[in-house]
Design a protein. Structure first.
Length: 177
């Protein structure tokens, strides 16, 4: 686990896109993802990275410096843009290519807002990111408006990185391998 959540948020590209789409929401979804990953026996590192980056494609839906939720709902392709951005960012930061692809696909398929209903058959990781995002949603997209000081964001991600590191280093039962 060389690429951490803090490493991701300290990159200017992540800051640009995640601050605009709701950094507090992204971190809250990553925190939910850790809980769900531990409950479901999934890789916490991959889950939290995918959850943190799940809305990195939202940047386009700003008008006069504020989030335009109505415009977003009409024209949403944020998951498509986000998957590409997440993949490029993770590769640039040194993430393993296979893991970067898995995370990008979870970003792509965390929502079906750009697809006909009922057309997604998600992997467990993709479903986890979808579920974590759903747990943090608020009516009218209010979750995208909540602000958080950058220092607090880094502190929360540092704490999350520490828990992920401890969780991923726990010995697994033979049945889990």
């Amino acid at each position: 686990m060389s690429v951490t959540l803090v490493t991701i948020i300290e990159h200017p590209i992540a800051q640009k896109y995640l601050e605009r789409s709701g950094l507090n929401h992204a971190i809250s979804v990553a925190e939910q993802a850790l809980t769900l990953a531990t409950q479901r026996g999934l890789d916490a590192d991959t889950a939290t990275k995918a959850a943190l980056l799940h809305d990195i494609g939202h940047y386009e839906w700003y008008t006069d410096g504020t989030w335009n939720y109505d415009l977003y709902r009409q024209n949403d392709i944020h998951a498509i843009k986000g998957a590409e951005r997440a993949h490029k960012l993770l590769i640039r930061l040194g993430e393993e290519p296979e893991r970067a692809k898995e995370i990008a696909l979870a970003v792509l398929l965390h929502t079906d807002s750009y697809l006909p209903p009922g057309t997604i058959n998600r992997t467990p990781l993709q479903q986890l990111v979808h579920d974590a995002d759903t747990l943090e949603e608020q009516p009218g997209g209010l979750h995208h408006y909540e602000k958080i000081p950058f220092e607090e964001a880094v502190n929360r991600l540092h704490a999350l990185d520490s828990v992920v590191h401890r969780f991923n280093n726990l010995p697994r039962l033979a049945s889990e391998n």
